[in-house]
Design a protein around this ligand. Structure first.
Ligand SMILES: [Ca+2]
Length: 233
């Protein structure tokens, strides 16, 4: 309940007075009785509802993360808001290799990717918190790069690219979803640089494989790397 010490009354003139009330207690109504002074008195009950103040969200996810070249990266944004749900995230200043979902950013840094930063914004609709995230990108210079440049999922054929920092023995094999070898496309010494080949969804016997998930895997003496593919009917 309000007490007189919570109020400050300033009489303007015979017909008007200002009453300031210090509102400290969150919650439901309470009533203030205003009386005019003099021989006679009048009273008025005033209902005051004190609504909780909206507090800004606070982002709780990391402000510094690391990614590695040609490896899948994901950053999940998290935040708290004492007023409850309804938070929405947005992301600003993303590098070209990164995409945004509702609460995360993801992507595979290419060989051009370098250290960068991006901004996370968490908003409750009226108030927002922002966080600048520092992203360190490590490029494994002696590791092979492998990715698909053709369609995926695909029906006819897709294009597999790999890049070697130095001449090395390479094996590039297609596996099915159970890890069984389907066909080996490359097996032997390969020069440094950029290579590209097609896979037409056939096995070692030249027969078309079943619809489903397959993996292209490149292995060298020190590294192995896979990409996932989907063959359609
Ligand atoms: Ca809020």
């Amino acid at each position: 309940m309000a007490s007189l010490s919570d109020m400050r009354v300033m009489v303007v003139d015979d017909t008007e007075a200002n009453i300031d009330i210090l509102l400290e207690t969150l919650g439901d109504d309470y009533k203030v009785v205003v009386a005019t002074d003099g021989e006679l008195a009048d009273t008025l009950s005033v209902s005051v509802r004190i609504n909780p103040q909206n507090d800004a969200p606070v982002i709780t996810s990391l402000d510094a993360v690391e990614a590695t070249g040609y490896e899948y990266f994901r950053y999940l944004a998290t935040a708290t808001d004492v007023d409850g749900p309804g938070l929405a995230f947005s992301f600003e200043g993303l590098p070209a290799w990164m995409d945004a979902a509702s609460d995360s950013v993801y992507g595979v840094p290419d060989s051009d990717a370098t250290d960068t930063f991006f901004t996370v914004v968490a908003s409750d609709g009226s108030l927002a918190d922002t966080l600048v995230v520092t992203l360190r990108v490590t490029q494994l210079l002696d590791a092979p790069a492998l990715h698909l440049s053709g369609p995926n999922p695909f029906k006819g054929q897709t294009t597999i690219q790999y890049e070697l920092p130095a001449e090395t023995d390479v094996r590039l094999t297609i596996y099915d979803v159970r890890g069984r070898e389907v066909v080996t496309l490359v097996d032997g010494k390969c020069p440094a640089g950029y290579h590209e080949l097609m896979w037409d969804a056939t096995n070692a016997q030249g027969r078309r494989v079943a619809t489903g998930v397959y993996f292209a895997r490149i292995t060298t003496a020190d590294y192995g790397k896979s990409v996932k593919m989907m063959v359609l009917r």
